[in-house]
Ligand binder design. Structure first.
Ligand SMILES: Cc1cc2nc3c(=O)[nH]c(=O)nc-3n(C[C@H](O)[C@H](O)[C@H](O)COP(=O)(O)OP(=O)(O)OC[C@H]3O[C@@H](n4cnc5c(N)ncnc54)[C@H](O)[C@@H]3O)c2cc1C
Length: 459
């Protein structure tokens, strides 16, 4: 057989005994912005916590996906709306010279010179309604080290190269997780499991209700393999773009026609390096799924072909790229959306438009540039978006929170996912301390604890 589809539809896997590697209070599966924050907060709040991650580093899309920028942490105000652990990321990166962002005194400024200054340094999301916002460009390699430090200092037991495969469930109560690694198939038992895989990998086996519905015109239903180009003479390129905009626009049109990617000139932190984001299959095209192994394989191969076309085109035709090369491709395929849990509450577009504040608000975020609502400048997340209906012992953290697809589109950026993770880890540890079900956590206690941890809340 050379990969033909098998005629046998299913097989029965024999039952087998599995070693329980550890028993913990909380096991978090997935070490991206959501899962890392959940694990660190759980451990800092006193829970014995295990964090399982399938790759050899933490950070998810923020590191392995080469997503190097966190935009919209403030919405033109003096203070960020997203802080807490996200602020800690920035401070730790700053201490290592591994982040670029506007200074605190510039936040909210409407001085065009200040806005120009930051935009010229490559932070193009620094303003939309004419005021400086907090947007951060990070070095993903240093971020991996920072995230390791945080986990270690908090006392989290970390298992890398470990792929969470199944939730262990008894009578609608999630009791742990089965994972695969080079050591074989093993289990971890815990009072609370937090699914922070981004794609909601544990939801089907847990028996949780979920949806993966996404409109084809949304950003979140596109995949990507981000790559970086090195040895680019950015001054020459930017000068060309500014002085010959029509010629530049024609080249962008032609690179599309040649099936390459347009390269925006996003600077990143290193001289001469640009970051090439991509959207596959493209807005409005038939759907490709981040949950289908054949689609994932196709995207990895397809993007590399288009990357080679891009390199050839830019070297030959675009000033500044004559001696450029492919510096690196993301070790982790870019998945923007996956399964979303059906939670105790599903965040709706109407909630976004009305600026609704919930009794269980656990994080807030500024409006985005395509979502300006001066009347209601913040968007609130209720805790119930993390709590599945019916099932006990499970929370989600990160982009699989309960939300309509258009809401997920706006509110699943790195800063949002850190905030959701911080809330999930804190809530889980409070539930265990108080001996209550996750859905019965006292909202006021949760909010007080988050405020103490530097999380801004609208109360
Ligand atoms: C190409 C691209 C560009 C983007 N641009 C931006 C941007 O500019 N700014 C921004 O803020 N956001 C951006 N985003 C969105 C943002 O990166 C993600 O929404 C965010 O990282 C989600 O965080 P998360 O923790 O929920 O999931 P992820 O970042 O996906 O992390 C999930 C983690 O779980 C691990 N995992 C998955 N399955 C398993 C399993 N079964 N067992 C064990 N571990 C598992 C993964 O390896 C990963 O570490 C972009 C996303 C993509 C793909």
């Amino acid at each position: 057989m050379n990969g033909e589809i098998s005629e046998m539809k299913t097989i029965i896997e024999p039952a087998r005994e599995i070693k329980v590697l550890r028993e913990a209070d909380i096991v978090v599966v997935g070490g991206g912005p959501g899962g890392h924050s959940a694990a660190v907060s759980a451990a800092r709040n006193g829970a014995r916590t295990v964090l399982i991650e399938r790759y050899g580093h933490l950070g998810g899309m923020a590191t392995g996906g080469l997503v190097a920028m966190i935009p919209h942490l403030s919405g033109g105000s003096k203070e960020p709306q997203l802080a807490g652990l996200c602020q800690e990321w920035i401070e730790r990166l700053d201490a290592k010279g591994a982040a670029l962002h506007p200074e605190k005194e510039d936040l909210g400024s409407d001085d065009p010179n200040v806005i120009d200054y930051w935009q010229n340094r490559g932070i193009w999301f620094v303003s939309d309604e004419g005021r400086v916002r907090l947007t951060v460009i990070m070095d993903p390699e240093i971020l991996k080290c920072v995230l390791n430090d945080m986990v270690e200092e908090a006392g989290v037991k970390l298992l890398l190269h470990s792929w969470g495969t199944r939730a262990i469930v008894e009578n609608d109560q999630v009791k742990g997780v089965i994972f695969e690694s080079k050591s074989g198939r093993q289990a971890i038992l815990a009072k609370v499991v937090i699914d922070a895989t981004g794609d909601g990998d544990l939801l089907p086996s847990a028996g949780a209700d979920f949806t993966a519905k996404m409109d084809v015109h949304l950003r979140i239903r596109n995949l990507a393999v981000v790559f970086k180009m090195g040895n680019v003479d950015l001054d020459t390129f930017i000068k060309f773009r500014q002085t010959e905009p029509e010629k530049y626009a024609e080249l962008v049109r032609q690179v599309f026609l040649a099936n390459g990617f347009p390269v925006g000139g996003f600077r990143g932190l290193q001289d001469g390096v640009v970051w090439v984001n991509n959207f596959v299959p493209g807005m409005g095209s038939p759907r490709i799924s981040s949950l289908d192994v054949e689609d994932l394989t196709l995207v990895e191969r397809y993007v590399r072909k288009r990357m080679m076309i891009t390199l050839d085109f830019y070297r030959k035709r675009v000033p500044g790229f004559e001696r450029s090369f492919i510096l690196t491709t993301a070790p982790q395929i870019g998945t923007r959306g996956g399964r979303r849990v059906i939670g105790e509450y599903t965040l709706t577009e109407q909630d976004m438009h009305s600026g609704r504040i919930f009794t269980d608000t656990i994080a807030m975020a500024p409006h985005l540039e395509h979502d300006i609502s001066p009347e209601h400048p913040v968007r609130c997340f209720p805790y119930r978006c993390l709590v599945p209906i019916k099932l006990e012992g499970l929370l989600v953290a990160g982009r699989s929170f309960s939300s309509e697809d258009r809401v997920n589109e706006m509110l699943n950026l790195i800063g949002h996912c850190i905030a959701l993770g911080q809330a999930a880890g804190t809530a889980a540890s409070l539930a265990i301390k108080g001996g209550v079900r996750l859905r019965d956590v006292n909202y006021a206690d949760l909010q007080k604890t988050l405020l103490r941890q530097g999380v801004p809340l609208p109360i």
